[in-house]
Design a protein around this ligand. Sequence first.
Ligand SMILES: NC(=O)c1ccc[n+]([C@@H]2O[C@H](COP(=O)([O-])OP(=O)(O)OC[C@H]3O[C@@H](n4cnc5c(N)ncnc54)[C@H](OP(=O)(O)O)[C@@H]3O)[C@@H](O)[C@H]2O)c1
Length: 269
Amino acid sequence: MRYETVHDVTLPKIGFGTWSIGGGTYADRSRDAKSLAALRSALDLGYTHFDTAEMYADGHAEELIGRAVRESGVKREALFVTSKVKPSNLHYSDVLKSCETSLRRLSMEYIDLYLIHWPMVGMNLSDTFRALNKLVHDGKVKHLGVSNFKLKLLKEAQELSETPIITNQVPYSLSDRSYVKNGVLEYCQKNNILLTAYSPVDVGRLNVGKALQSIAEAHNASPFQIALAWLINQPYVITIPMSFDPKHQKENLDAADTVLTDEEMKQLN
Ligand SMILES: NC(=O)c1ccc[n+]([C@@H]2O[C@H](COP(=O)([O-])OP(=O)(O)OC[C@H]3O[C@@H](n4cnc5c(N)ncnc54)[C@H](OP(=O)(O)O)[C@@H]3O)[C@@H](O)[C@H]2O)c1
């Protein structure tokens, strides 16, 4: 595994996403066995960064992560857990309540990294950060970050946060370069902020053209592994692919060890 460090925080280049664990927008308990099996195999394979949110399966993803970790015997300190407060809960007291509820669902004493999931039109960002700063102060949350923030809001968040903004979690993949075009990636790289690439595999939209196919063959890898390797070969970029399939989970983890040449990076760019 390769890692990125910003400030005093070290994160693996590849973590595990949990959207669709435990359901979709709502909890679907009929999927629990499948979801728990996916979390167990991710833990067994050695994933240490788990990305979740109060919004995922209406909180049920957090419950299942808590249960899978408890049953795995993996020590809490060996893991890095990211969760997120949803846009409708950005008022001061709602942020505090959301975090308490997430901690209870995870059955953990702290969240390593707590993000604003999406900005909300008309939100009072300083009110939100007053609550987020308090959570850090109280030890409920170790670090703060944001998600889906464009440049102007990201800079505002930096101003309002009493501790460094560790990450901006945004869509980034071979098929989605919107946060390159809008200048966020470059800003993160110049200002010691991790860009956490979500939906990095983007199976449905990935265009497996000639270049990607031949680079994959040269590395004896799948095009999806090369898509991940392309992301994490970039400084300050980490990612959090999701898979129910243990074979895909292993492939994704192994992608962290695939080093692409400058020429290969250029072709994929
Ligand atoms: N902050 C936000 O607003 C936001 C938004 C979206 C996502 N996220 C986070 O980012 C995580 C990842 O994004 P995502 O779940 O949207 O998309 P993703 O990880 O890019 O793609 C997941 C899909 O790719 C397939 N897949 C994964 N690895 C594969 C491989 N090696 N070969 C073939 N297929 C593979 C999975 O199917 P199988 O199960 O069959 O492998 C699954 O259908 C989420 O789980 C969530 O934690 C955050």
